[in-house]
Ligand binder design. Structure first.
Ligand SMILES: *Cc1c(COP(=O)(O)O)cnc(C)c1O
Length: 350
């Protein structure tokens, strides 16, 4: 079954599954004060070269919504890309966990917020104007929902604009590892050194069963999160299994190895498609997502062969699709097989 619908249609990586089994032996303290969780936090501190406050949760939606809840009052505004996961795909969880903050969609190519668009949006919400929500947070997705990656200069500039306006900055890093190996920089450089205050650090899509970390780079700003996580129903009683997943994910660079595999498959897929006649690539591939504009006959051949992937809307991405074409999103993961990629390319070439 060739499945390019998402990176979470894969299973759990062998190393992480083994770590879950190992953690299953015997008893361990409940509610996240176990040695597995302590080990995961220590590894994250080492990797990010900083003392951190770490909160493990089971879903990316919980990580994002709780992180925004820590940054933003109920009367606040969260600025994000108009196609951001928090804006489109979390069923109002960010609004709920902030107790009612407003999300403001900002434009930008390939899911990246453009600095000029951010400045314009901020100007529309003057500080102290009592009829309007007050700017509180900027949320950046790295990699973006279009598979693009902000470079360090772009991240730094956006964080500076936000901080100058008194906002905190959140990063949705559901695909943090895929972006990181693409930029080939350190985790610190792609986060707190660029100005990120709080990070949703994903593991599920890159090999874990269900585990994401909320990372607060200034632990003094994390005082409310233990209560918000518990109140939100995301403090797992058998929290050791989150700790075991995260520790195994990080140990010996497993997370980076998995991301490199996923990205390499995406690179191969994008290169193969770029050479197929009639196929157009809307923007360069960077992480493990490939967007392509296929001629209808190629789409039909792929569908007929049982290949799975999503048609995607190009709204807010420049509306590039013409009549007789299909705009598609293709995801690869650590579990993708090279033969699947090659078969896809062959079918698209017809
Ligand atoms: C998958 C994803 C998430 C997390 O989604 P969950 O299904 O809640 O785990 C968050 N942000 C982005 C950009 C994603 O792609």
């Amino acid at each position: 079954m060739m499945d390019f619908t998402s990176d979470n249609t894969s299973g759990v990586s062998e190393k992480i599954m083994q770590a879950i089994l190992k953690a299953n032996a015997g008893s361990s303290a409940a509610y996240g004060v176990d040695p597995f969780t302590a080990r995961a936090s220590a590894l994250l501190s080492e990797i990010f070269e900083k003392e951190l406050a770490v909160f493990l949760v089971a879903t990316g939606t919980a990580a994002n919504a709780l992180a925004l809840g820590a940054l933003c009052p109920p009367w606040g505004a969260v600025f994000c890309h108009a196609r951001a996961h928090i804006f489109e795909d979390e069923c109002g969880a960010p609004e709920m966990f902030t107790a009612g903050a407003k999300l403001v969609g900002v434009a930008g190519e390939a899911g990246r917020i453009a600095p000029s668009a951010l400045r314009e949006s901020l100007a529309a919400f003057p500080r102290g104007a009592v009829k309007q929500v007050q700017p509180a947070a900027l949320s950046l997705s790295q990699a973006t929902e279009a598979g693009a990656v902000y470079d360090l200069a772009e991240l730094t500039e956006l964080c500076r604009i936000a901080h100058d306006a008194g906002l905190g900055v959140h990063m949705d890093g559901a695909r943090f590892a895929n972006a990181l190996v693409e930029l080939n920089c350190s985790p610190a450089e792609m986060s707190w050194k660029a100005g990120i205050d709080i990070l949703s650090f994903g593991a599920t899509k890159n090999g874990a069963l269900a585990c994401e970390a909320i990372i607060v780079f200034d632990p003094a700003k994390a005082a409310s999160l233990p209560f918000q996580r518990k109140r939100g129903g995301h403090l797992l009683s058998k929290g050791r299994f989150l700790g075991a997943q995260m520790a195994a994910y990080l140990e010996n660079g497993h997370w980076l190895d998995n991301a490199r595999v996923a990205n390499a498959h995406a690179a191969r897929l994008a290169a193969g498609l770029a050479e197929a006649s009639g196929v157009r690539m809307p923007w360069p591939r960077q992480a493990n997502e490939v967007f392509a504009i296929l001629p209808a006959r190629a789409d039909a051949a792929l569908r007929a062969a049982g290949v799975r992937y999503y048609d995607w809307s190009d709204r807010d991405f420049g509306e590039m699709r013409r009549d007789g074409e299909v705009f598609v999103r293709l995801l690869t993961s650590f579990a993708t097989q090279a033969a699947e990629v090659d078969a896809f390319i062959a079918l698209a070439r017809g």
